[in-house]
Design a protein around this ligand. Structure first.
Ligand code: ADP
Length: 572
């Protein structure tokens, strides 16, 4: 329970203080409720006292009861106020915190998480965690404190009765521990299976074209079938917890029965007054409800636990830290010194002890076999992750010391899989320069050879990217991304040349767009077409994570046994 509480406080963020205060109110309200029941004893004593009933002697107790009820009501009102006023605010704040975390974490770590998985965390898990924080937590306090306080009162009535109850409670503890452990494992499994299912559904929707082409779009798509089956299995196995909860409930009822039986025995032997016996029965009955509810809610608490854990893991992701002292680039050349980078959970180096300098305003083409490390290298230049060894400098400043805004404004990136957000095409291009005028957007589109295509659409620049999606070819989407980068006008351009075969007109247009983008910039391009490669100032042949050859086309072709020469000969 303490772990759950700590997780809630950590996930509640800015509302942690309000949550603590509300839980305190709930605890005091629960104590007042128990104290109210305790007043039954003096009332019973007066009712059962020999002689006529003196109402006046009961008045102070009734007034006390009224006072407790009013105070409890006020505290409960505060509790309800927190639940209704904060629920949506906690949800919103938690989602924004998680979104900030996604923005701050290295792209490499982000890429390792499936989008469906993240959608589950930001969607279902947040909803459930917010419910847990706003209402479940106060209920838990109620369900724990009321029975504990009643137990204490029964001890005060007669230590033997309290002893029987305490022994019963001690017997229930290991059963409940087992139930919680089991439920925790079950819900971790259910949560993982749910996240995998969401991820698979996203992939299934996104991969429809490919699946249909291969005739596997039915639910018989192997991946989907497997994850749904796993989800079903996980739910099915979770049924086992119910058995432990039923055992605990039985134990609890037997304990209650034993306590009342002992009470009756003590009364019959004259060791327990009638008023105390009646009060005991009343208190035991009051204990049953919160305990039964608490036991049946174990699964709900474990579900909250699983959601909170997943959120906490994401919140604990390390930032891509800007180290001090911060540095600003002086110029826009890159220098890589003994850079080695390995993806998480991989043993092989994707980039291995690579040293390379990329002069300002030069065009460097990266060529080499697939899997050689070209894409990873361009990603490292935009600090998608930090290399484990060596360092990369931009204009003399180590990327790790460069404030993120400075790096982001210096570098424009055009990778192969063009991402268009669900907004107008104008907004998609304007992403390169927030606040750009339509004239600027059109100018960039013209330079990217995409203006005439957009103008032909019925709604022109107002066409939403989603609607335009099917109307735009791969080359056209690429040109929109290039227009975005042209508008950004960053001094450094990182480009992954499209490998998809385009028709010659499209290829020509993309080529022209790229030429407009890269003029007078420091350009690193993962190049596939010989014409792009030949036009480069320098060509770096990248294989096994290292730079094996570096020079102009003519210089590299002069090596009869050179890798580059062999690559060119093979292409020809
Ligand atoms: P290239 O662009 O030259 O084809 P990459 O940079 O894509 O090469 O890949 C270099 C190496 O890193 C390859 O062995 C590849 O399998 C590995 N790699 C690339 N991306 C990832 C990733 N996200 N996770 C793990 N390994 C990766």
């Amino acid at each position: 329970m303490m772990r759950l509480y700590r997780m809630m406080i950590s996930v509640a963020g800015e509302f942690a203080g309000a949550l603590r205060r509300t839980l305190f109110c709930s605890a005091v309200a629960a104590l007042m409720q128990a104290a109210g029941w305790a007043i039954a004893l003096p009332l019973f004593q007066r009712v059962l006292a020999p002689g006529p009933l003196v109402l006046g002697s009961m008045l102070p107790w009734l007034a006390g009861l009224l006072g407790l009820m009013v105070a409890e009501g006020v505290l409960r009102w505060r509790e309800a106020d927190f639940i209704y006023r904060y629920w949506h605010r906690v949800t919103e704040a938690m989602r924004l915190r998680l979104a900030r975390r996604l923005r701050a974490m290295p792209l490499e770590r982000l890429a390792q998480r499936k989008s469906g998985d993240l959608a589950t965390i930001l969607g279902n898990n947040v909803t459930f965690a917010a419910t847990a924080i706003s209402s479940l937590a106060t209920l838990a306090v109620q369900l724990l404190i009321v029975p504990a306080a009643l137990l204490l009162l029964i001890f005060v009535l007669d230590w033997r009765l309290g002893g029987v109850l305490a022994i019963g409670a001690l017997l229930i503890v290991p059963v409940m521990r087992q139930a919680r452990r089991r439920a925790n494992n079950d819900f971790q499994r259910i949560d993982r299976a749910d996240a995998q299912a969401s991820a698979a559904i996203v992939e299934y929707v996104q991969g429809q074209a490919m699946l249909r082409a291969s005739g596997r779009s039915g639910t018989s798509a192997p991946c989907l079938e497997q994850v749904f089956h796993r989800q079903h299995e996980a739910q099915h196995q979770a049924g086992g917890t119910v058995r432990y909860i039923a055992h605990a409930q039985l134990l609890m009822q037997l304990t209650m029965l034993a306590t009342v039986a002992l009470g009756l025995m003590l009364y019959s032997e004259g060791e327990l007054p009638l008023a105390s016996l009646l009060c005991l029965i009343l208190l035991v009955v009051q204990m049953v409800e919160p305990l039964t509810l608490g036991l049946s809610m174990v699964r709900l608490f474990e579900l909250a636990d699983a959601s909170l854990q997943r959120i906490n893991v994401l919140l604990a992701e390390a930032d891509l830290i800007t180290q001090v002292p911060q540095q600003q680039p002086e110029g826009f050349d890159f220098s890589l010194e003994n850079v080695s980078f390995r993806y998480e959970n991989q043993t092989a180096w994707a980039v291995n002890n690579l040293t390379l300098s990329i002069p300002e305003k030069s065009l460097t083409a990266l060529v080499g076999p697939s899997g050689g490390g070209k894409t990873t290298l361009t990603r490292l230049l935009s600090r998608f992750a930090d290399p484990q060894q060596g360092g990369i400098r931009l204009g003399g400043a180590d990327l790790r010391h460069l404030p993120p805004e400075s790096l982001l404004s210096s570098v424009a990136v055009v990778f192969q899989d063009v991402w268009l957000m669900d907004d107008s095409l104008a907004s998609n291009i304007a992403l390169g320069k927030p606040g750009a005028t339509l004239a600027e957007v059109e100018d960039a589109a013209r330079k990217a050879h995409i203006h005439h295509v957009i103008s032909r659409l019925p709604q022109g620049y107002d066409t939403r990217a989603g609607e335009a999606g099917s109307a735009l070819s791969g080359g056209e989407r690429q040109r929109i991304a290039i227009a975005r980068a042209i508008l950004k006008d960053a001094p450094v351009v990182l480009l992954d040349e499209p490998t998809a075969s385009l028709d010659s007109e499209s290829e020509y247009q993309v080529q022209k767009a790229i030429e407009a983008l890269v003029a007078d910039k420091t350009v690193v391009i993962v190049a596939h077409r010989l014409s792009t490669i030949r036009a480069a100032d320098r060509i770096a042949y990248i294989a096994n994570g290292g730079c094996l050859e570096l020079g102009s086309h003519e210089q590299l072709m002069a090596h009869p046994e050179g890798h580059y020469r062999q690559l060119v000969m093979a292409q020809r």
